[in-house]
Write a protein that binds this ligand. Structure first.
Ligand SMILES: O=P(O)(O)OC[C@H]1O[C@H](OP(=O)(O)OP(=O)(O)O)[C@H](O)[C@@H]1O
Length: 632
């Protein structure tokens, strides 16, 4: 599997429950659905910037009339690109045929993309080629309406090879080994099977082929299809699909690794990867947007009946904590508080690192995601200073004077905007090849904000490969000549690869892993590396449930602090003048801050699905053998 595409990361689904005339009447436009899709996708651009795609379905069309459309783009600004393609096509037709302007029925017939059901996708494709073929949604077409399948997902499977072999065993001949194709073909296979069974049943009941078609669509049991299709999936996913006649579904993985939220009223059913997107676009309160339960699917039948159904037995909930720390937009009510708390909880470690010298310390953050945890960190600094002030004021007793009081009250945390990000891009989700150069040039600095006697505390949400620090931030901070730079990470040390959708694939890319290797070299215990390799090899033929993550043993002898100190050594440019230290969040405090998202495999090595242990050991084998392939 050398060039498969991974990390498909944002979905949006809209089902309009009323006829298009209703929206024209109420909202002044029959393009209501398209407009909402644009907003839903735009507001999730944090989840993927390499590609975007949209598919639409018109319901109840006559034979010979087009009812499915799809548009995809892998251009620079893919969301804008697909919607400008849609607008151009629609406007061109409207210009030629102005009589369509107010005739919704004719519009639906003759304008592309104008339908009742929409599925959008944003692609975060950090691996493999960014060709248009890798952009979702994917189509599996057929002349029977109810056999058409459109799939888009935020997912990553750890057992693609096994799933592929299963398809071959079914007699299929898949054109690619990529998990998207594998997953779609699997759903497609059971869709076909279900359709065939229904047809047989209806035939027995005396229906003709033509009469059977709408009845098949009506009786199609989506949850049964999903149960059979997803039985052997091992991974993290929010898998969305549309069926040609108008059924729709979104299925979430049983450990709840990938996120999915939905909202329903009498006009729409909406599903998205992030809650605030739905809140803003449909103007609804936090409480009205539901989280899709792990192992469940939301299924919207063509007649509008909407149900959340258990498809797979839920596993222990391990929702991805990196969603909360970095990946999601921080505008969600809960995520906003969680990020602030992450910053707050780091303050005691920071205070120690700066010898409690708050007068000579400037606080700042690396834009953009860390801004919220910065607020939390500063609020805690304020609270700490208030306690100090209280003590000092009380200690003054009768000697209190306006001047002495003033001196005390003047104490406050010094905060500055130090680092500036020139581009709106998220570098982490930029594709591997261009990232280093991007990181090196994307940040700039505010001069004149730090004195030579100052500590500079700068918080970032995560230090993964350390590229942002090494290639850019540390050098530019050093130009301000602080005495000491303290980099604070609101995430714990990332020690293990992710295999469920966030791009942390190669062990040797992770700076914590490189630090552990160096510590073993220093301690004369590097032989453990070969030993771990041998133990990884010895498990290659085990079934997934029996595999143990032996890479944990690499970190076992060292404390978090030792690893952090070594990371600082590795990341400090040789000519750095300031003293450098790095502080990471602890895993316990992360859980305290984000209690609903306890998925922490990249920090702890505790994978929520059996496939994870195989992946981490494979990643170690790849590292040891100098094999640049990804482990899943
Ligand atoms: O250690 P590294 O491998 O360099 O990765 C971590 C960095 O990448 C992310 O920035 P990004 O530019 O993606 O996004 P942001 O502006 O939203 O923080 C993140 O916020 C860290 O700064």
């Amino acid at each position: 599997m050398s060039d498969a595409i991974k990390h498909e990361c944002g979905i949006a689904l809209v089902r309009l429950l009323k006829p298009l005339e209703y929206y024209k009447e109420k909202y002044g436009t029959s393009f209501y659905g398209i407009q909402k899709m644009y907003l839903m996708m735009e507001k999730q651009h944090n989840r993927g910037q390499d590609g975007a795609g949209l598919a639409s379905i018109k319901m109840d069309m006559q034979p010979g009339e087009r009812y499915m459309s799809r548009v995809r783009s892998n251009q620079q600004q893919p969301i804008q690109d697909i919607f400008s393609q849609i607008n151009t096509r629609i406007n061109d037709i409207l210009k030629e045929r102005p009589e369509l302007q107010d005739d919704v029925e004719a519009q639906k017939k003759d304008l592309p993309y104008l339908g009742e059901l929409y599925l959008g996708h944003l692609r975060y494709g950090t691996f493999g080629k960014n060709s248009i073929e890798s952009v979702h949604p994917f189509l599996r077409q057929n002349n029977w309406m109810h056999r058409n399948l459109i799939v888009a997902g935020n997912f990553n499977m750890t057992n693609v090879n096994e799933l592929f072999d299963n398809l071959v065993r079914l007699g299929q001949h898949p054109k690619e080994k990529a998990d998207t194709i594998t997953v779609m073909e699997r759903i497609g296979h059971f869709l076909d099977d279900e359709v065939a069974k229904l047809y047989k049943k209806l035939k027995r009941e005396g229906y003709s082929k033509r009469e059977a078609s709408p009845l098949i669509a009506e009786q199609l049991n989506i949850s049964k299809i999903l149960k059979r299709a997803a039985k052997n999936w091992d991974g993290g996913y929010a898998m969305a699909g549309l069926i040609g006649h108008g059924d729709a579904f979104v299925l979430r993985d049983p450990a709840g690794i990938r996120p999915a939220y939905y909202y329903k009223d009498d006009e729409v059913v909406v599903v998205a990867s992030e809650r605030p997107v739905i809140q803003t676009v449909f103007n609804v309160d936090f409480e009205k947007v539901k989280e899709l339960s792990p192992g469940h699917a939301i299924i919207v039948k063509k007649d509008g009946t909407t149900k959340e159904k258990e498809i797979l037995k839920p596993l222990e909930r391990k929702a991805c904590s990196f969603e909360r720390i970095y990946f999601s937009r921080g505008s969600d009510k809960e995520i906003y508080h969680e990020r602030k708390k992450l910053g707050r909880l780091l303050f005691p470690q920071i205070l120690q690192e700066i010898d409690e010298d708050l007068s000579n310390t400037v606080f700042s953050y690396i834009p953009n995601t860390a801004e919220t945890s910065f607020f939390g960190m500063v609020k805690e600094a304020q609270r700490h200073l208030n306690d100090l002030k209280k003590e000092q004021i009380l200690a003054l007793g009768d000697n209190i004077t306006p001047e002495s009081l003033n001196d005390i009250l003047q104490l406050r945390p010094r905060i500055e905007k130090i680092a500036i990000k020139d581009a709106k891009l998220r570098t982490f989700i930029a594709d591997d090849n261009s990232r280093d150069d991007l990181v090196a040039h994307v940040y700039d600095i505010t001069y004149g904000s730090v004195k030579k006697s100052d500590n500079l505390v700068i918080i970032d949400d995560s230090i993964v490969r350390g590229t942002t620090l090494k290639k850019s931030i540390l050098r530019i901070l050093d130009r301000l000549h602080p005495k000491k730079i303290v980099v604070v990470s609101s995430a714990p040390q990332i020690r293990y690869p992710d295999c469920y959708g966030i791009d942390m694939a190669r062990l040797e890319d992770l700076v914590a892993f490189r630090a552990a290797l160096e510590l073993h070299k220093d301690a004369g215990t590097y032989a453990v590396v070969e030993d771990i390799y041998q133990r990884c090899l010895s498990q290659v033929d085990y079934t997934d449930v029996d595999v143990v993550n032996v890479v944990k043993d690499l970190y076992e002898p060292f404390t978090d602090e030792q690893i952090s100190a070594k990371i600082a050594d590795l990341l400090a440019p040789e000519d750095l003048n300031a003293e450098l230290s790095i502080i990471y969040q602890t895993v316990d405090k992360l859980h305290d801050a984000c209690p609903k998202n306890l998925g922490d495999w990249y920090f702890t090595g505790d994978y929520p699905t059996p496939g994870g242990n195989r992946v981490v050991n494979r990643a170690f084998i790849n590292f040891f053998e100098g094999n640049k392939e990804r482990a899943y």
